[in-house]
Design a protein around this ligand. Structure first.
Ligand code: SF4
Length: 351
């Protein structure tokens, strides 16, 4: 059992972050925010994939009206991502954002920050203080130290105005630097943390860097909401984030599918079967439900049922056929064409 760091609870729209709230999954749209329908379409797909909070870029004043329309129609809370222009933060709050993200590296004037805090307080929305190592004033000490210092200086302005609906992130593209920054920040405040490795690269690299970085912190109980940042389809960000949380048993998004790596004994196309099952689960809306089920799909009967004896349901392949088993005990023989339908039926029976 992972013991989570104790934090305040903050609400982004209807999603609680911190305290005893489940660690939420975030993503960011990759469309131009001014393209309202395209952006809403991406948000819809992200939500279907399991995204719970979505951030959109607010680049200039022409993005404000589209942001308003997106915030009105989105089914999940919208966080407005603001850089450089304090005016945009005020307008984004007025446009109905459920939260805003400020970067202390590029919105620095105390008077500007105070005006934004005042407006957020009036509208009762939280602010994420999102430090990035790339837009940071370096102090002496490590980059992690500079990130922590930057957040601590910023927080002072918030606390002076009795504003505590704060979420903190300290992201670097370097895994160790990021881990060090969050670890150093953790004992210094009780605000919830948004975790992420920034600019983590394309799919595989981002998945690995995010899993190592966020996984290390989550295992230590640090982290309340997570975003995987990758170059590519935002749906992958959500899929990876969910896998990270599920792997650590911090969330349960659906049946846990375990499958063997296959070897010379395997006489079925296991990879295709697993892919098909994952697709069918999505189709039936079973991929996001908290079903505490372990499903094993193993390449052969030699080791299959034995290796997967912890599984609730499983199939061990043979030549164009397989054996259905429950808790490691054989139930019946199946033809390969019956695998997926049988598994879906079995999963539904557990709903
Ligand atoms: Fe090989 Fe069978 Fe083990 Fe899969 S379950 S890795 S096919 S021995």
């Amino acid at each position: 059992m992972i013991k989570r760091r104790k934090t305040r609870k903050v609400k982004i729209g209807n999603v609680e972050v911190g305290g005893d709230a489940p660690i939420s999954v975030q993503s960011m749209t990759k469309t131009d925010t001014k393209a309202v329908d395209t952006t809403l379409n991406e948000i819809k797909k992200l939500k279907k994939a399991g995204c719970e909070i979505v951030r959109v870029a607010v680049r200039d004043k022409d993005s404000i009206e589209p942001l308003r329309r997106i915030a009105e129609r989105s089914d999940i809370p919208i966080v407005a991502d603001i850089h450089f222009l304090p005016r945009l933060a005020l307008d984004a709050i007025d446009a109905g954002s459920s939260a805003i993200r400020l970067n202390p590296g590029n919105i620095k004037r105390k008077e500007d920050v105070k005006a934004i805090i005042k407006r957020a307080k009036e509208k009762k929305i939280p602010i994420r203080i999102g430090v990035n190592s790339g837009s940071l004033e370096r102090n002496s000490g490590s980059t992690a130290d500079s990130m922590v210092r930057s957040v601590l200086d910023y927080i002072k302005i918030f606390e002076k105005m009795s504003f505590y609906d704060i979420i903190i992130s300290l992201k670097s593209s370097d895994v160790s630097e990021t881990v060090e920054a969050y670890r150093k920040m953790a004992p210094l405040c009780n605000y919830p943390f948004h975790l992420g490795i920034t600019a983590a690269g394309p799919f595989l690299k981002a998945a690995i860097k995010s899993s190592i970085g966020m996984g290390t912190l989550l295992q230590e109980g640090i982290g309340d909401t997570i975003r995987v940042s990758l170059t590519g389809d935002s749906l992958h960000e959500v899929e990876i984030a969910k896998e990270i949380l599920a792997s650590l048993k911090l969330r349960n998004f659906g049946p846990d599918i375990i499958s063997c790596p296959t070897c010379g004994r395997c006489e079925i196309d296991l990879s295709e079967i697993v892919d098909n099952l994952r697709e069918r689960l999505k189709e039936f809306g079973l991929g996001n439900k908290g079903l505490p089920l372990k499903i094993a799909i193993m390449g052969c009967v030699v080791n299959g049922p034995g290796e997967a004896k912890d599984a609730d349901i499983g199939i061990a392949g043979g030549k164009g056929s397989g054996v259905l088993f429950r808790k490691g005990k054989k139930v019946k023989n199946l033809k390969q064409g019956e695998f997926i339908d049988t598994l879906i039926e079995e999963i539904r029976a557990h709903k």
